[in-house]
Design a protein around this ligand. Structure first.
Ligand code: XMP
Length: 517
């Protein structure tokens, strides 16, 4: 295992993902958390940070203590902090470097092994290292930065410690974890394998067998209940639990009336195909009756959340002796993030499937707690879950209710389901579905005049939304081909009676959001 000490950089999760991609397990912890030096821990990576090492409240750790015990890699701020703590000079300099730079290797090293001369790396720092501390050696420079890569102590090349018990300490001024550092992943892999001696055995197959064993140990002969949503995370989590305990896992999938067209039946049939023991609960009418008269988005969200919990609890009560609750929580939901507005620590809030309350007094089973989304998909593929389910776009818990602006009625749901179905099917047929992060249609509370044949129409407008994004935090509108948009517009207007106008949303997030409510 590798530990990544987070100093608050926006790229910390990318470091973790690069490590995991090299099939090495890692965890992120806030820099001020104490470290457990168990034998599985093979090395430490120090992240970047929005702080300057010379800020009065800059986050610090004692790097000498760490490198007395384990190999360390400092990235950007981690490199500057190392230089400063060992007696070098770091200052705000006129020679700032942002963006592209070319790495010139000064000597061979296991860290930069097989990295091409003048490989492109990505810089993002305001401070610069003016003098290296004594005992450090330069490994590479760029045009503007004399100390782009440096080290103290030597790795033997096969992952054993350097001289006199001290472990190798490597530093990189650039960000190897970002996409634009072309050979960055190779450098990280060199650190993991050549310096730390990691085995690269963090694979989906290993994860599945280890997790199934751990689940059997945790659960024993008890029963688990779980809300399923048709989404990737809950499906993969349920499939793992099912592999561990079979039909002692009882899944519940609620039709809240605001799912996509035919989604309830299709997802239930996929679950059966996977072999899951799932009960479908048709609660459409309850949801419609309680949504009636509500047009405020937050009121709609609260109503749906509350009803979901009620329905789920009713079903849970019917399962005798159930003691555990399965959840599809994933790693980004549980990483403690370091706040850049001071050393305080905030835990990210997350909206899980309906947000089931703690007062259910059930012990949690969260087999995906340490996985990133792309790893969840890889584990899902390993488990044989069909690709169309694994590659599904995210879909909000309140479903189409927050895509019908204003009051939700059964009739409006039907209209939107039809339009949305044409749009999503079109994206798939034109091989565009996987090029966007999320897509959907929105029913606007606006009627406008149209003409069809000799007839005047006065009907609703639908907005199409498609965005590109990495994590939903920021997003750009997808530049879908005009010919595609033209076809979809025609299809919707010609086949969905009640809609006579289609518009395309060209807003990015921020300042807009992905959903309209
Ligand atoms: P926004 O609209 O905030 O959406 O840009 C970002 C992502 O979050 C999803 N979303 C929700 N998911 N419950 C959910 O489970 C909600 O109330 C909710 N609101 C937005 C949205 O679909 C997008 O993926």
């Amino acid at each position: 295992k590798i530990l990544i000490l987070d100093f608050g950089s926006q790229y910390t999760q990318l470091i973790a993902r690069a490590v995991r991609e090299a099939n090495v397990y890692c965890e992120i912890i806030p820099y001020h958390k104490s470290i457990e030096f168990d034998p599985s821990l093979k090395g430490i990576i120090l992240s970047g940070s929005p702080f300057s090492v010379n800020d009065a409240n800059a986050p610090v750790v004692d790097i000498a203590t760490l490198h007395g015990r384990l190999p360390v890699l400092g990235v950007c701020y981690g490199a500057q902090l190392t230089a400063k703590q060992f007696g070098g000079r770091v200052a705000n300099s006129s020679k700032r470097e942002y963006g592209r730079a070319l790495l010139h290797k000064q000597k061979d090293s296991v860290l930069l092994k097989d990295v091409t001369e003048l490989s492109q790396v990505w810089m993002s720092h305001a401070d610069t290292i003016l003098d290296l501390p004594a005992g450090f050696e330069v490994l590479a420079n760029t045009e503007n930065i004399p100390y782009a890569a440096f080290k103290k102590g030597a790795a033997t090349g096969n992952g054993t410690a350097g001289a006199e018990g001290e472990q190798p300490l490597y530093c990189l001024q650039f960000h190897p974890e970002v996409y634009h550092s072309i050979e960055g992943k190779k450098i990280i892999r060199n650190f993991l394998v050549n310096v730390c001696g990691c085995k690269q055995d963090w694979t989906p197959a290993h994860f599945v067998s280890d997790t199934v064993a751990a689940l059997q140990k945790q659960i024993g002969q008890r029963k688990v209940i779980m809300a399923l949503s048709g989404g990737v995370d809950s499906t993969v989590a349920a499939t793992l639990i099912h592999k561990a305990i079979g039909d002692r896992l009882m899944g519940i999938f609620v039709d809240n009336g605001v799912l996509r067209k035919d989604e309830f039946e299709q997802v239930l049939s996929t679950y059966r195909q996977i072999g899951l023991n799932v009960k479908g609960v048709d609660a459409k009418n309850l949801f419609y009756s309680q949504l009636a008269g509500k047009s405020d988005p937050e009121a709609k969200r609260k109503t749906i959340g509350r009803l979901f919990i009620e329905v789920f609890q009713d079903e849970a009560k019917k399962v005798e002796g159930v003691e555990l609750l399965g959840q599809g929580t994933i790693y980004p939901d549980v990483i403690e993030s370091v706040s850049v507005h001071g050393p305080s620590v905030t835990i990210k809030s997350h909206h899980n499937v309906g947000g089931l309350p703690e007062k259910m007094h059930l012990e949690l089973v969260e087999p995906l707690r340490f996985l990133f989304k792309d790893e969840v998909r890889r584990v899902g593929a390993e488990l044989g879950i069909p690709d169309d389910l694994l590659q599904r776009h995210p879909f909000p818990g309140p479903g189409l209710a927050i895509r019908i602006l204003g009051e939700v009625t059964e009739e409006k749901v039907r209209l939107l389901q039809e339009a949305d179905h044409i749009y999503i099917k079109g994206l798939k047929d034109h091989h565009l579905y996987s090029t966007v992060w999320q897509a959907g249609a929105i029913l606007l509370p606006v009627k406008s005049v149209g003409v069809m044949g000799d007839e005047r129409t006065y009907e609703f407008t639908v907005a199409l939304r498609a965005v590109t994004s990495v994590d939903g935090m920021t997003a750009d509108w997808a530049h879908l081909p005009y010919t595609f948009l033209a076809d979809i517009s025609n299809d919707i207007i010609n086949s969905v009676k009640g809609i006579n106008r289609v518009v395309y949303d060209i807003s990015s997030k921020p300042p807009a959001t992905i959903e309209w409510e």
